[in-house]
Design a protein around this ligand. Structure first.
Ligand code: SF4
Length: 269
């Protein structure tokens, strides 16, 4: 695999979900015109609202006037989420806050990159991720590549940002726009950091060892429901339902991908 290929939580999650999807999307960078859901327009609107909400919070965190942002939120149909954000801020935010910051560090022959919605720095380092999706079971969130990559990379690449921290000083907080009073907080420790280091290096080395033919289609056909490559892979032409898309994590993955591609500078380690 070309060492120029940067790896992110999204590409690694794609690899774990389906090697073929990883190859098509991240190696070939193929844009395939398949619909992800049975209501493509509604899906597009829903996903773009997620992106617009993230941009709104970024603008608030860099100091744009609150009244102006509230007006934008109303015009864009984001007022309920905006009100939740103002009414129920993430508890424990510290004095130094960085919105939409990117970090990167070497991982085997590649670079691992991540873009954070908000990093709040004090005695602890709190990683905050805004979620406009609904799925929030803790064990599932804990196992996602987003959680593992964000925490791992913050310890690895963070010294330039916060002077260096031990893993147990870092915390991941998922704040849900539809359930703002009860964010999911995930702690970290040295043992998890070392496990992540071992697992992530093993995945990257496996990716590098494969030939093109070995990026095979997943056996888990549930992964194909919302995948735009369905027709290319001959995994059916009917997309998944918009209701399932909206109640799960998929809409948020789309939002995250849009935000990740919109790089705003990076601190490299
Ligand atoms: S349609 Fe299914 S097999 Fe094909 S890339 Fe998507 S998830 Fe993989």
């Amino acid at each position: 695999m070309n060492a120029e290929l940067q790896l992110s939580q999204a590409s690694l999650q794609d690899y774990l979900d389906c090697r073929r999807r990883f190859y098509l999307r991240h190696v070939l960078q193929l844009a395939w015109p398949g619909h992800q859901t049975d209501h493509a327009e509604q899906q597009q609107v829903r996903a773009q609202r997620g992106v617009a909400f993230h941009r709104l919070l970024h603008q608030h965190l860099i100091g744009l006037p609150e009244e102006r942002l509230a007006a934008i939120a109303s015009e864009a149909g984001l007022y309920n989420w905006w009100r939740s954000y103002r009414q129920y801020p993430v508890p424990g935010l510290q004095s130094e806050n960085h919105a939409e910051i990117s970090l990167s560090a070497p991982l085997s022959a590649h670079r691992l990159v991540a873009k954070y919605d908000l990093v709040s720095i004090g005695p602890q380092v709190m990683i905050v991720d805004w979620k406009t999706s609904k799925r929030r079971d803790e064990s599932w969130l804990r196992a996602r590549m987003q959680t593992r990559v964000y925490l791992y990379l913050m310890v690895l690449a963070g010294p330039d940002l916060h002077g260096g921290v031990e893993p147990d000083q870092v915390e991941m907080v998922y704040w849900f726009a539809d359930d703002p009073q009860d964010p999911v907080r995930l702690s970290y420790d040295r043992q998890q950091f070392e496990q992540d280091d071992q697992d992530l290096r093993a995945v990257v080395e496996e990716i590098d060892s494969l030939t093109e033919d070995e990026f095979v289609l997943t056996d888990d056909t549930s992964q194909c429901r919302f995948c735009a490559f369905r027709s290319l892979c001959d995994r059916g032409v009917l997309p998944g339902s918009i209701d399932e898309f909206e109640s799960g994590w998929e809409a948020d993955e789309w939002t995250r991908a849009e935000i990740d591609y919109d790089q705003i500078g990076e601190i490299a380690f």
